[in-house]
Every structure is written in C-alpha cells, then in structure tokens.
Design a protein around this ligand. Structure first.
Ligand SMILES: Cc1cc2nc3c(=O)[nH]c(=O)nc-3n(C[C@H](O)[C@H](O)[C@H](O)COP(=O)(O)OP(=O)(O)OC[C@H]3O[C@@H](n4cnc5c(N)ncnc54)[C@H](O)[C@@H]3O)c2cc1C
Length: 451
C-alpha cells in the first residue's frame, strides 16, 4: 500500500515545499511543542501573538500535518461539541451557550486567517435516512434554539433532494456556521507564518521521552522551560497515564476522480455543503475544490491495545464498505474510481470533547481528545494552551471543558470487550432496533463512543 504522503489526497496534492530539517544536537528554547498538527501550530501561533519575542521550537515525527490534521475530511462543524445537544448534556445550558458563541467566533476568526486555504462557508447538511432521523433533527434544532442559535432550516423529502439528490433521503436540515476547507493548505500557511516569525520547526524527529525541562529524540534534545504535547492520539506514547482518558481510533476516507459535469448535475449539491447522515455510524462527505467526492465513515476502528501505528493507515475492509455505502446513497451515478484512500488516528473521549492538563510538576502541558471534530476546536485549544503556558489570564481557562476531565475508559481487556459490545449495540440501532440497556446506561452517564 502507498505511504500516507501519496495515498491521502491533501498530502499527495500538497504544493512542493522544502522539508524541514531534523533536530540535531542539544538545543534550548523557552517553549517546545511536540507535534505539528493543528493543535501544535495554533498553539505556536497564539504564543507568538501573546509574546512575539518568545524563543519557540516545534518537533514533529513526520512532516508537518502528518497526523489527523493532514488526513481529515476538512469539514468544519459549527460547534465545539459534536452537537449543541451534547454540549448541554456535558456542560449544562449556561456553558453550552458560552461554548456555542465561542465556537462560532472561533470559526469566523479562522476564516479571516485562512485566506487561500479553499475555505468555503457552506454550512452543513444533516440528511435523514428514516423518520427517526427527522425526529432527531427536530430535537437538534430545539436544543440549538435554547442556546439562541438561529438559522437552522428543516427540509422535507422533496426539498432535501433538491439540495442533494439521493433516493434514500427523507428529509434533512441545513446547519449554518460551519464549512469546508483544504486542511493541508491551512497547515502550510501556519507553518510559513510561524517560520517567518522565527519559530524553529524540526521534522522527521520522533521524540522518545519527555522530562521536566527536556525532550529527547535519539541523540538530540531540547531543554525548555515549558513543554507542550500536541500529540493527540499518540499522547500515551509519551505520557502513558493519560490512556485512561481517551481511546485511539482510526477513521477512513476515500476520494474520487473529479466528477464529470453530467455526474455532478445528477447530484445537485449546488450549495457544496459538508454532509453527515443521521445514523450513529454515519457517512460524512463533501466536494473538494476540484469537485471530487470525499467520502468517509464515522465507524472508526479500535486496534487493541491502544495501538497507533502506520500499519493501520489502510483498511481494505473499510474501503470496501465505503464504496458500497456510496453506491447505496447514489445509485444513479456511474461506477466511480477512488484513487485516494487512507486512514488516520483520532483520540476519542467519553464526552467527545478535548481535555487539558499538566504533568511533570506543571512543566508539561497537553490538550487532546477532539474525537473527530478537531478542526475548529484545535484552534481554540491552541489559544487555551498558549494562555496556560504563559500563565496569562483568560476566561477560556475557567470553562468546565478546560477544568474538568472526561470520565475514564476502562483498561484492557475490559476496554476491548466494551468497545465490541457498544459497536454492535450501535449497529443494531442503525438497523432500526431500540437502544439496549447498555446504551441506555451509557447515555445516562453521558458516555459516548464515536468518531
Ligand atoms: C480520517 C479523519 C477524518 C477527520 N475529519 C474531520 C473533519 O472533517 N472535521 C474535523 O473537525 N475533524 C476531523 N478529524 C479530526 C481532526 O483531524 C483532529 O481532531 C485534529 O486534526 C487533531 O489535531 P492535533 O494537532 O491535535 O493532532 P494530529 O494532527 O494528530 O497531530 C499530532 C502530531 O504529533 C506528532 N507526534 C506524535 N507523537 C510524536 C512524537 N513522539 N514525536 C514527534 N511528533 C509526534 C504526529 O506525527 C502528528 O503530526 C478527522 C480525523 C481523521 C483521522
């Protein structure tokens, strides 16, 4: 199978840029960030905005954007939590309202920054495959309105099919606020701005260990006052104790050839929205700037015990299921070619939102656990981490999302057993069954399992 740099559409079509140098020797910085994904790059961006003369270094094991950041679907959701309903359930109505406003302001600011990154503010379409999904959409809209979020539009069967033509859709809703972008273009913009402001970015340098005041990568090292781990699904490799708080999962995606005009017309899709269907294990999809279909599934895979490794960058089983699900949604299209196919690791938490903390006597800081919704929330996490590292006050630091940790997952072998049980229970719900006792208990405890 092709390496990720060739199989992932965003990475493979990345304009040629000079690869950064690897770390050598013993160096020093005031702050060092491990990981050059969105969390690391946005954290660096905000650190430099708060303290322009800060001596800052970033160390990345692959190339910049090598992790989930360069591999995602590029669909920006309008909220920090997966939905406003979940934000209310997890943090209460007051904080959910605050998070909704913060989330929207965050996307507005990101849009201003991301010029040239193919960011289109299309909003999202939620499509219903059956009556139950329509009912869920009504609840979603009611919850958004409780938070003063307006502008959601409900569509009946005829209307949704004018937005996107699938015989499977019985209705849907347009959710304003979010959009789509090319994630690697945003990475490259951040990287070039950071380099211009004097940030040293080392690539192809795997950090082996983190201690108070020092990171080590083979024979090389950097001494620093503060170390920030922006390593999301890989974080347990450096701080093993954190594995209680998250579970690493793999998500998979296909990208087609550019659609011919006649095929695009069969779909409609004039609004170019990012789309999710109403199932628990849903498909998510969007058009790229050159009108390819990007087709993904939230049915993420857990590789026990907590493995994150390039061996799992591909899964034929997932690719086959993705192709079949696409034909099921759009039987009117000619058979498609899918030249790009890849997977990537995410860190899922029981409350589906990131968590924050410190280790090694406060000298190491971290934020992780975006659970498949990180494009907006990594930027916010970067702002939060920058304030934490520089010990500067911010109202963001008082959010429950920042002060409280998600409920832990069980250790192995219970972890694998519960993942299998929950996965099969959720599949049954998608096939029309009522939630079983296990799902009801997890729901009552506010515990989720999703990408
Ligand atoms: C297939 C897929 C689809 C997704 N789709 C969407 C979407 O449409 N919308 C959305 O909002 N979110 C989506 N996400 C989630 C989103 O991409 C992530 O939440 C987000 O990118 C996390 O960013 P990060 O910087 O925290 O982590 P990452 O991007 O994973 O970055 C962590 C970095 O740390 C580096 N690293 C790890 N360990 C070390 C070490 N020891 N030494 C040096 N470097 C190290 C890694 O190489 C990596 O580059 C998707 C994720 C995947 C995998």
């Amino acid at each position: 199978m092709l390496p990720i740099e060739q199989s992932c559409y965003w990475l493979a079509t990345r304009p040629q840029s000079a690869q950064g140098e690897a770390l050598i020797g013993a160096q020093r910085a005031q702050v060092v960030i491990v990981g050059a994904g969105f969390t690391g790059l946005w954290t660096a961006h905000f650190l430099k905005s708060l303290k322009p003369d800060l001596d800052l270094a970033i160390v990345e094991q692959g190339v910049t954007g090598y992790g989930a950041t360069g591999r995602n679907a590029g669909m920006i959701s309008n909220c920090i939590d997966h939905t406003h309903s979940l934000a209310i359930a997890h943090f209460g109505q007051e904080e959910a309202k605050e998070l909704a406003a913060i989330g929207l302001a965050n996307i507005n600011e990101m849009e201003t920054y991301a010029e040239g990154c193919d960011l289109e503010r299309t909003g999202q379409l939620f499509v219903a495959l059956k009556e139950k999904h329509l009912h869920d959409l009504h609840s979603l809209i009611e919850d958004a309105e409780r938070l003063d979020i307006k502008g959601y539009q409900l569509f009946d069967q005829k209307e949704i099919q004018t937005k996107l033509n699938s015989p499977r859709y019985v209705g849907g809703a347009h959710v304003p606020g979010g959009g789509i972008l090319n994630p690697i273009k945003l990475v490259d913009k951040l990287v070039s701005d950071l380099k211009r402001s004097g940030v040293r970015i080392f690539e192809k340098t795997r950090v082996d260990s983190v201690h108070q005041g020092q990171i080590k990568a083979g024979d090389a090292s950097i001494q620093a006052d503060k170390i920030i781990l922006a390593t999301d699904a890989y974080t347990h490799h450096l701080l093993p104790g954190l594995i209680w708080r998250f579970i690493p999962l793999y998500d998979y995606i296909l990208v087609s050839e550019p659609l011919e005009k006649s095929e695009l017309e069969k779909l409609g899709w004039q609004g170019r929205e990012g789309i999710v269907d109403g199932r628990t294990f849903f498909n998510y999809y969007r058009l790229t700037a050159d009108n390819r279909v990007l087709w993904g599934t939230s049915e993420a895979k857990y590789y026990a015990p907590n493995q994150v490794n390039e061996r799992f960058d591909h899964s034929h089983e997932h690719y086959q299921a993705l192709k079949e699900s696409f034909s099921w949604h759009f039987p009117q299209l000619k058979p498609m070619q899918w030249p790009y196919a890849w997977g990537g690791p995410i860190a899922s938490t029981t409350r589906l939102t990131p968590f924050f903390g410190t280790a090694h006597n406060g000298s190491v800081l971290y934020a992780l656990g975006y659970t498949g919704h990180g494009i907006g929330s990594t930027r916010l996490a970067g702002k939060i981490l920058a304030h934490m590292a520089l010990e500067q006050p911010s109202t963001l630091l008082k959010l429950k999302m920042v002060t409280d940790k998600p409920m832990p997952y069980p250790p192995e072998p219970l972890r694998s057993i519960s993942v299998n049980m929950v996965t099969s229970s959720l599949r049954q719900v998608d096939q029309g069954a009522k939630p079983n006792l296990l799902l009801k208990i997890l729901d009552a405890l506010g515990i989720g399992f999703s990408s």
